[in-house]
Design a protein around this ligand. Structure first.
Ligand code: AMP
Ligand code: MG
Length: 487
């Protein structure tokens, strides 16, 4: 029913632990991702079944599969923890997808592992459905991310602040190697392990670097490029990861770990949703700098294999970390230009974008609506955009300068459609996500979840007035939205 390879378990024993998922009482398939299964070369019809639920809850490990938990370390909120590892994730194995890419298939919440420390190895239904929704929404937005293959209810209870229904999420990633995986070996002075890991990653994720003159420096550079592009895309859609620890920073450049993440409604650069992020370390505007900080941590681990001469290694690695900021800024600006409909690039664009952001911040304008409605202005109707602002005169002045800028460009007849393709109308709004999860948890009703999932599958496509509530922010009632790691 499921046949997997496992190249990671071919690495030395200290990279992982062999584990068996702990059985669950009553596995029940809640949601199975048919298109993803097909992409992975699996049989959706066969797996979206009680037999599939047995596999994706960990109750049945098919013959030939060797599940493991991966070892890693990580900086959590700036403090180093030398030993973390998959405490409630179990890597079943890998498949080669339809595009020839090797992908990990991992169970999240399938029981304790040697890395569980005090944890129960379990996941509650709410966070599992949340990750399913948001990671799939990220994918539909076109942003690199781990995917959700299945959500299975366990029939067991999970004990958090309250008793909650349990579930297991099947997560798919190009690889689960993190910055923290490199830190695990660096912290132990295990240069041999580090080199083995770097070679594995190059072979699997960056094969174009094989045979390069300085492969490990190039590896750092490639990761930096992907991170710059990834975080720029988060910023463009108002995504706040919430827990950008180095163990949640993927070497593949995918968004990983959808714990306390959330999308921002009303624009404020200091927005924080996570209840545990008390100093606002991972607030919206800090994300580009935090990704750079995480890269610097990766760079440190690679020094011994970048150059035997430490000083030379530091100099080369440092340059890559510095270059990241330039790459991020370029990616961010290019994306912001597209969001406001500019095709060419002009010196003053950055300032014009900043002045829009200033107005949006002052009037706490809904991030998603503002950019989407600017498309209406291209179509000749300023009211939708303009009405978002308290200070209509200031918004008008900005529109005037923006129109003057557009007039200086070669005319295009599909500018509004081009903008609609980069400015989503539907994002996982916090109140909609909560509503869908509450129905699932309290009423065993998955219909709101299914409806929201369906809307988020085509985020750029306007579904008309009957669906307008999916495109609107929560009412401005002064409540502060809070997310919890809720693992
Ligand atoms: P996270 O905050 O999800 O990135 O997790 C940080 C670390 O805590 C990782 O090593 C996880 O595997 C571990 N962890 C989180 N929740 C649990 C749990 N319920 N049981 C065991 N380990 C956990
Ligand atoms: Mg994590």
């Amino acid at each position: 029913m499921l046949s997997l390879s496992n190249t990671y378990s071919g690495l030395p024993g200290r990279f992982f632990a062999h584990v068996r998922p702990t059985g669950v009482a009553q596995p029940r398939m809640l949601k199975f991702n048919h298109p993803l299964a097909a992409e992975l070369g699996l049989d959706p019809g066969e797996l979206d079944s009680p037999g599939g639920a047995a596999i994706f809850s960990g109750n049945n490990v098919p013959e030939g599969i060797t599940p493991i938990a991966m070892a890693y370390a990580g900086h959590q909120f700036g403090g180093f923890v030398p030993q973390l590892g998959d405490g409630r994730a179990i890597l079943l194995g890998e498949v080669i997808d339809r595009n020839g890419i090797r992908r990990d298939i991992q169970l999240k919440g399938a029981g304790r592992t040697p890395y569980s420390r005090g944890g129960d190895g379990r996941a509650a239904l709410g966070p599992v459905l949340r990750e399913y929704l948001i990671s799939e929404a990220m994918h539909a937005l076109g942003i690199p991310t781990t995917r959700a293959l299945a959500a299975v209810a366990t029939g067991d209870e999970v004990y958090r602040e309250t008793v909650l229904p349990g579930a297991v999420l099947t997560r798919v990633a190009a690889s689960h190697v993190r910055v923290g995986t490199f830190q695990f070996f660096a912290a132990r002075g295990d240069v041999e392990g580090l080199k083995t890991l770097a070679d594995y990653v190059i072979d699997r994720l960056y094969p174009e670097l094989k045979g390069a003159e300085a492969p490990y420096l190039e590896l750092l550079r490639s990761v930096a490029r992907r991170q710059a592009s990834l975080v720029a895309q988060w910023m463009h859609v108002g995504f706040i990861h919430g827990v950008m620890n180095t163990d949640n920073s993927s070497i593949s450049g995918e968004t990983i770990d959808f714990g306390p993440c959330a999308f921002m409604d009303y624009y404020s650069p200091t927005t924080v949703f996570s209840s545990i992020d008390q100093n606002g370390r991972y607030q919206y505007q800090n994300q580009p700098g935090i990704a750079q900080w995480n890269l610097a941590r990766l760079a440190e681990t690679l020094l011994p294999i970048i150059d035997e001469n430490t000083e030379a290694a530091v100099e080369q690695a440092n340059q890559v970390v510095v270059d990241y900021a330039v790459a991020f800024q370029a990616a961010w600006l290019a994306g912001m230009r597209r969001k406001i409909g500019l095709n060419a690039s002009e010196e003053e664009d950055g300032a014009m974008i900043q002045s829009l952001l200033d107005l949006m911040q002052r009037d706490q304008v809904d991030w998603t609506s503002a950019f989407r409605r600017l498309g209406d202005s291209v179509r000749g109707d300023d009211t939708p955009f303009w009405s978002l602002f308290e200070d209509g005169a200031a918004a008008d002045r900005w529109l005037t300068s923006w129109r003057a800028r557009l007039a200086g460009e070669a005319a295009v007849d599909n500018r509004a459609q081009m903008m609609d393709r980069v400015n989503p109308i539907y994002i996982p709004r916090n109140h909609l996500v909560e509503e869908a999860l509450a129905a699932a948890i309290h009423d065993d009703d998955l219909a709101p979840f299914a409806r929201l999932h369906d809307m988020l599958a085509a985020p750029y496509q306007d579904r008309g007035p009957t669906k307008s509530r999916y495109g609107e922010p929560a009412p401005r009632d002064g409540r502060v939205y809070r997310t919890f790691c809720g693992t």
